[in-house]
Design a protein around this ligand. Structure first.
Ligand SMILES: [Zn+2]
Length: 324
C-alpha cells in the first residue's frame, strides 16, 4: 500500500465514503464522487476494472445512484501505439467485446435518472472504426461538460481553446487570470484525490468555479476535516505546468515568478513517471523557467535543461504557479 492509500484510509475511517477506496484505492476523482452523491454535481464518469465490478455495484446501491455502462475497454498497447497520436488527447482506449479480466467498464453515475440520460447522450469520445475517424463535434463537448455540471464560462473557454494544435488550454487559463490565483479555482489537480474543482477553469480566479469549490469544501468537511486540510494543502503548493500531459507538483516555495525551490516533486496524472522532465526534476532542488526553457539545478549546479515545444500537437508552454 502506498502513502496516499494509507492516508486516505485514515482520513475516511469514520466516513461511508471509505467504500470508494475499495474500487479506487488512490481516490482518483473522489471529490467528484462526493459532489455527485451529495447532489452538488449532476453526474460523473468513471472507469471501473472488471475485478472491482462487484464492489462498484455495492457502492452505487449503497449511495442510491443510477448508473449506465456505455462500453468495455481493453488496454491494448499495440493498437494504441499504432493510432496517429494527434487524433487523441488524454483519453485513449480500445473497445473490448466482453467484460472480462483486465478490461474496464466506462460507466456514468448520476443522482437522478434524468441526469443520467443527459450524460449518457453527450458523453462520448472521438472514435476510430476500421481506419475511419469519427470526430466529436464541439456542440457535444459542450453538452458533455454541461451534463457533468461544469460552469458555462469554463465550457465556453474550453470550446475556444481545446485545440491541441494551436492552443494549450491551461496556459490560456493562466493568461486569462487577472486576479490572484486562488486554490479554489485550481483545476490542475482535477483528476487526483486532492482537488476541488473537476474541470479546466476559464481562469485561476473563476467566480463560478470558486462558488462550486466553496460548496464542495463544506460537503467534504462533513466527512473528514483532515481530508479537506490535505486537499487544501495540495492545492496551495507550487505547480509547474507545460501542457495537460506534463504537470508537476512541488513541496517547496516560489522564490520568484519563474523560480521554485523544492525538496520533493511528484507527477500529476496523466503525466507519466518515466517523463524526461520529471526524471530531471527529481535530481534537483531548484527549477527556473525562462520563456520556453526549463532549467533544473541541484546545489546551484545544472542538472539539465528542457526546451518546450509550442510548434506541434500538445502545445507546450511552461508556467510556474502558486495558489493562495
Ligand atoms: Zn469559468
Amino acid at each position: 500500500m502506498n502513502q496516499i492509500e494509507v492516508k486516505l484510509i485514515k482520513f475516511l475511517g469514520n466516513s461511508s465514503f471509505q467504500k470508494y477506496l475499495d474500487i479506487f484505492p488512490r481516490g482518483e476523482q473522489l471529490p467528484s464522487f462526493i459532489a455527485t452523491v451529495k447532489g452538488l454535481k449532476a453526474a460523473t464518469d468513471l472507469w471501473v476494472r472488471y475485478q472491482k465490478w462487484e464492489s462498484f455495484c455495492k457502492l452505487v446501491r449503497y449511495f442510491g445512484l443510477f448508473y449506465y455502462v456505455d462500453a468495455y475497454f481493453v488496454q491494448d498497447i499495440e493498437t494504441l501505439n499504432n493510432l496517429p497520436k494527434e487524433l487523441f488527447t488524454t483519453t485513449k482506449a480500445v473497445f473490448g467485446k466482453h467484460f472480462e479480466r483486465d478490461t474496464e467498464a466506462h460507466v456514468f453515475i448520476a443522482k437522478s435518472q434524468k441526469s443520467l440520460v443527459k450524460i449518457t447522450g453527450a458523453g462520448w469520445y472521438p472514435l476510430v472504426v476500421n481506419k475511419k475517424v469519427i470526430e466529436k463535434h464541439l456542440a457535444d463537448h459542450y453538452s458533455f461538460g454541461k451534463a457533468l455540471g461544469y460552469p458555462s464560462c469554463c465550457l465556453n473557454f474550453f470550446q475556444k481553446y481545446n485545440n491541441w494544435y494551436f492552443y494549450n488550454n491551461y496556459y490560456e487559463t493562466y493568461r486569462n487570470t487577472i486576479n490572484t490565483p486562488t486554490y479554489l479555482s485550481n483545476g490542475l489537480l482535477r483528476l487526483i484525490a486532492f482537488s476541488l474543482i473537476p474541470h479546466i477553469p476559464c481562469s485561476f480566479h473563476c467566480l463560478e468555479s470558486i462558488d462550486y469549490a466553496q460548496k464542495l469544501r463544506l460537503l467534504i468537511k462533513e466527512e473528514s476535516q483532515e481530508y479537506l486540510c490535505e486537499i487544501e494543502r495540495h492545492l496551495q503548493t507550487p505547480i509547474l505546468c507545460l501542457s495537460e500531459l506534463k504537470i508537476y507538483r512541488f513541496e517547496g516555495r516560489l522564490l520568484s515568478k519563474n523560480t521554485v525551490l523544492y525538496h520533493s516533486v511528484e507527477t500529476i496524472f496523466p503525466t507519466l513517471r518515466n517523463d524526461s522532465i520529471y526524471q530531471m526534476l527529481i535530481q534537483g532542488d531548484i527549477c527556473i523557467i525562462e520563456g520556453n526553457i526549463v532549467r533544473v539545478y541541484q546545489d546551484a549546479y545544472p542538472v539539465g535543461v528542457y526546451f518546450a515545444r509550442g510548434d506541434r500537437h500538445a502545445v507546450e508552454a511552461p508556467f510556474l504557479i502558486n495558489f493562495n
